[in-house]
Design a protein around this ligand. Structure first.
Ligand SMILES: Nc1ncnc2c1ncn2[C@@H]1O[C@H](COP(=O)(O)OP(=O)(O)O)[C@@H](O)[C@H]1O
Ligand SMILES: [Mg+2]
Length: 149
């Protein structure tokens, strides 16, 4: 559990340090749960200084960093057409890609390395759950066997 936006960013930064180019990280949770805050924290840890805000007029942003990071928000995408899917491909190439509202993509996303789920506890507190097949990654980020933070 985190007690502030800064703490959520710090958890995201710990995750970012163990990510690699090509990783896809889904970030789920209701509006205001801190998805964009989480992506911002990860981007900062990748050396990205540009403002990280929810993509609203486009489906995504790509930021130059070390490595690059992409940030997709699929909120308005209900079911992809192949053409739309083709448009998204550049976001995944040679970058770590964070995806808000992954539910909209159903099975169209590339394999997901880590699934992050944020939930409201109260105004300042959120729970953050990480899911991954990579147990070592979970241990590195959470320092806790069941990967609940
Ligand atoms: N523990 C916390 N973790 C993340 N955000 C928090 C936390 N406590 C308060 N907040 C606030 O909640 C809001 C989350 O907004 P945002 O990250 O845009 O959410 P989402 O992208 O899920 O809609 C921000 O205003 C942030 O400052
Ligand atoms: Mg958002």
């Amino acid at each position: 559990m985190t007690a502030s936006a800064a703490e959520t960013e710090a958890v995201a930064a710990r995750l970012a340090r163990v990510l690699r180019i090509g990783d896809v990280v889904t970030v789920s949770g209701e509006l205001g749960s801190g998805k964009t805050t989480f992506v911002r924290g990860a981007c900062r840890a990748l050396g990205i200084e540009a403002p990280v805000t929810s993509p609203t007029f486009t489906v995504g942003h790509r930021y130059a960093g070390n490595p690059d990071a992409s940030h997709l928000d699929l909120f308005r995408f209900q079911g992809f057409s192949p053409a739309e899917w083709g448009d998204l491909e550049p976001y995944f190439e040679d970058a770590i890609c964070f995806v808000e509202w992954p539910e909209a993509a159903a099975d169209a996303l590339p394999p997901v390395r880590v699934a992050v789920r944020l939930s409201h506890v109260d105004r300042e507190h959120r729970t953050i759950e990480l899911e991954s097949d990579d147990r070592e990654l979970l241990a590195d980020v959470s320092g806790d066997a069941d990967a609940r933070l």
